[in-house]
Design a binder for this molecule. Structure first.
Ligand code: URA
Length: 237
């Protein structure tokens, strides 16, 4: 792909378009070893080496991160008062990243962040039924009856009942612990499914989306880039 030098630098968040124009004109940018002072100079993003103040920039067309979302952070690209999941991705280069789907502010766990719109569409399309696995602590004793009800689909006040959910009870007690696999992403779906059987989710964490699993090493609030293999497998979901 061939793009203007000022766009190349702005895309990689070196500065705004007008800031990088000024930097280029001041001679702060070199291309393949030569200082270039023309913002309109055309760059081949795959081949050319661009340096800003002597540091290599490197162009990324697509970025893929997995974040272990902490509670208290919103799944949005910007917010007037709350910290967003994008604020946590400090090493991001692109400015067009977004979270693939939403987790509630108080939900933790796996969130994919990318600028790959096609992958986002594949993963969220209601037609594709991509599995999402959640771990939850639930107030009340989760029983085999709940397991059977979830397997049939739950009435949560939508036009249709939910698709079947696979409910695995890890601990059945006053506070139960469960894992739930669902293939939809309706608003507050997990919380509403439990409300429908008179129980309350008091802690919720997403463990998996499609083939992408949250690894134990990724602390709450931490993120990492996806491997090529993880990206390839997600694209096959
Ligand atoms: N279901 C919920 O209720 N909340 C989430 O954040 C995700 C799924």
């Amino acid at each position: 792909m061939r793009i203007r030098l000022d766009k190349y630098l702005a895309d990689m968040r070196i500065g705004t378009r007008s800031e990088v124009k000024k930097s280029i004109q001041k001679g702060m940018v070199s291309v393949d070893g030569e200082v270039v002072k023309k913002p309109e100079y055309k760059i081949d993003t795959a081949q050319t080496n661009v340096f800003f103040q002597g540091e290599p920039v490197g162009y990324e067309t697509e970025e893929y991160y997995v974040l272990n979302k902490p509670a208290g952070v919103v799944s949005a690209t910007s917010d007037p008062k709350d910290t967003t999941v994008l604020d946590l991705i400090e090493s991001k280069k692109r400015k067009d990243l977004f979270p693939v789907g939403r987790l509630d502010k108080d939900t933790e766990g796996l969130l994919l962040i990318t600028n790959d719109g096609e992958l986002c569409h594949r993963l969220l399309s209601p037609k594709r039924h991509v599995d999402k696995i959640y771990y939850a602590k639930v107030e009340g004793r989760v029983t085999d009856t709940d397991v059977a009800l979830f397997a049939e689909g739950i009435e949560i006040g939508e036009k249709e009942i939910t698709k079947p959910g696979k409910l695995v009870v890890r601990k059945s007690d006053d506070i139960s612990e469960i894992e739930l696999t669902i293939c939809e992403g309706k608003f507050h779906q997990v919380k509403r499914m439990f409300e429908a059987v008179d129980k309350k989710v008091i802690y919720l964490k997403r463990l998996q989306m499609g083939t992408l699993r949250l690894d134990d090493q990724l602390q709450t609030g931490a993120y990492r880039k996806l491997t090529e293999e993880e990206i390839r497998r997600l694209k096959e979901c």
